[in-house]
Design a protein around this ligand. Structure first.
Ligand code: NAP
Length: 504
């Protein structure tokens, strides 16, 4: 690796340091000191972002598209170094980091195409009715950028949901300057990506306040950022606890602002009787692979399988356990996440209603899979069983029959995804289940596993609370730009003022 982090914050085009440092905690390789963020640095970055808005918010769509593409080029130019520091800090394998880099650059380029096309502006015009009493003036409507946006990435996607991830790409595409709160689990990865954005700002000759990165090391940084008066919206990906705390701060501001929190989920799967009869073993092996992928550290990890009682359900449970037994320990993203996983497992072990099917002990920063089973009635009585355990822990909920599933599904909270496994013989039951599931989740799958999210126009990655704090939004796909736009009506504008995008 040729990249060695200098540990500074990027504030409005300058690399600066505060007086104190925190030491990174990489899964492997060298730890580095990083400057601790402060509320003063937040104020400088937010002020620069507000100043930048007066030019960046009025750049042409083509200028912003070129900027997004230049960021992607600059990230690719640092490709090997990005992978090296990313794997060192996160413990994720090389192939995963390379794939995530491709996705991150792909997202930036997708947003470039999306804004070139211009449909996202949702322009409408109602012509003047001069003969009407009273006369109606011409009214035009167009989406405008909301203003400076704060972005918080998650530990489990150090590229695609972090410094230049989906939130940053969507905000910059909309015309909003961005202030990123760096994640303390991957500060060096954040720094090298900030370098790429900094280089792109220089090449595109934009105002330096368009992008700032403030390293963490102190929770006050995030609090100061979401409460700064110049920040007009927040994109957050992370835990329910952290997201809820920052959401509450946004709501309590003198000027409340939208907080788009993409939080955790247990992503229940419903195994319908005909599918279970036809392929219990295949489904068990498939679930085990999805559950244990990346040490289960995916917000879309399918943590719960709802399965009818009976021999075919038993075969599914046994097939899952067999596949999980062959999965060894995997390194987790942080010490804190590994401990939270052990605590989550201990919660399941402490419940008399829950039967351990296959349990393991995890040590240090690693996690091994665990599988439990519970009756549907007991599950409904214990809310903690429906809470996310971030890691490879699966819970099978045994239900009397498939016909009980629609009623049972009503008890779930909001989810990022829900999945139906079905065959043709299950169609009538699936038809009853679908209206319940579409009220619960942002994405419904049939005969698949929810890990792996396509970045496309039709993707919704969000869902009713607690999956996200705003179920009208998505953080993946081109619809994500809507979060950082605000519709404005222009009534009776003289022709001379109908310019730019408004004129088209
Ligand atoms: P996290 O611990 O909530 O951290 C996310 C960010 O928020 C970090 O920058 C963190 O700062 C900051 N933060 C957390 N609590 C805070 C508080 N009370 N005050 C100020 N700042 C706070 O989440 P994570 O461990 O990175 O990510 C794992 C979680 O993300 C899982 O639950 C997973 O399901 C979820 N996730 C969701 C999605 C989605 O799209 N819905 C995608 C990926 C992951 P520090 O740097 O100081 O810790």
């Amino acid at each position: 690796m040729t990249f060695t982090p200098h540990g500074k914050h990027l504030i409005a085009g300058k690399w600066v340091a505060s007086e104190t440092t925190f030491i990174s905690d990489p899964a492997e390789g060298t730890a580095h000191p990083f400057s601790v963020g402060t509320p003063e640095l937040v104020a400088q970055a937010a002020t620069a972002a507000e100043e930048a808005f007066w030019t960046y918010g009025y750049t042409s769509r083509e200028e912003r598209a070129i900027f997004l593409e230049t960021i992607a080029d600059e990230i690719e130019a640092r490709g090997d170094d990005v992978t090296a520091i990313g794997t060192s800090e996160s413990g994720l394998p090389k192939g995963r980091l390379e794939g995530e880099r491709g996705r991150t650059c792909g997202q930036l380029r997708l947003f470039a195409q999306h804004i070139r096309d211009g449909k996202y502006l949702d322009r409408r015009t109602d012509g003047a009715l001069t003969d009407r009493t009273p006369p109606r003036p011409e009214i035009r409507m167009m989406e405008r950028p909301i203003g400076p946006v704060a972005v918080f990435g998650a530990s489990n996607f150090p590229l695609a949901f972090s410094t230049a991830g989906g939130d940053t790409a969507a905000a910059l595409a909309a015309g909003c300057p961005v202030v990123v709160k760096g994640h303390s689990a991957h500060p060096g990865t954040g720094e090298i990506i900030a370098e790429a954005i900094h280089a792109a700002i220089g090449r595109c000759k934009l105002h330096p306040g368009v992008f700032s990165l403030i390293q963490g090391g102190n929770r006050k940084v995030g609090e100061a950022l979401v409460t700064h008066p110049f920040i007009k919206a927040v994109g957050f990906t992370g835990s329910l606890g952290g997201g809820r705390a920052l959401f509450d701060l946004c709501a309590a501001r003198p000027e409340p602002i939208p907080f788009f929190g993409e939080l955790g989920s247990v992503n229940p799967m419903f195994l319908l009787p005909a599918a279970l009869k036809a392929r219990a073993h295949e489904l068990g092996a498939g679930w085990a692979a999805s559950l244990a992928m990346g040490a289960g550290q995916f917000c879309t990890n399918p943590g719960i399988a709802v399965v009818p009682e009976g021999a075919e359900g038993d075969a599914f449970v046994e097939a899952t356990a067999t596949a999980l037994r062959n999965t060894g320990p995997q390194v987790m993203l942080t010490q804190g996440i590994a401990k939270a996983y052990r605590d989550g497992k201990a919660r399941f072990d402490s419940r008399n209603s829950v039967r351990p099917v296959m349990t393991t002990e995890s040590e240090g920063r690693t996690a091994s899979p665990n599988l439990y089973e519970v009756a549907a009635e007991a599950f409904l009585e214990d809310h903690t069983l429906s809470e996310e355990v971030f890691g490879p822990l699966g819970l099978v909920v045994r239900i009397g029959s498939g016909e009980d599933m629609p009623g049972f599904a009503r008890g779930f909270e909001g989810q990022l995804t829900t999945t139906i496994h079905m065959d043709d013989g299950d169609t009538d039951l699936a038809r009853k289940l679908l209206p319940v599931l579409e009220r619960k989740a942002g994405r419904l799958l049939v005969n698949g596993f929810p890990t792996g999210v396509e970045v496309v126009d039709s993707m919704v990655h969000g869902g009713p609370y607690p999956a996200s704090t705003n179920f009208g939004a998505t953080s993946v796909g081109t619809l994500a730009i809507r979060r950082f736009l605000r519709p404005v009506s222009y009534q009776n504008l003289p022709k001379a003022l109908v310019e730019g995008d408004l004129a088209l």
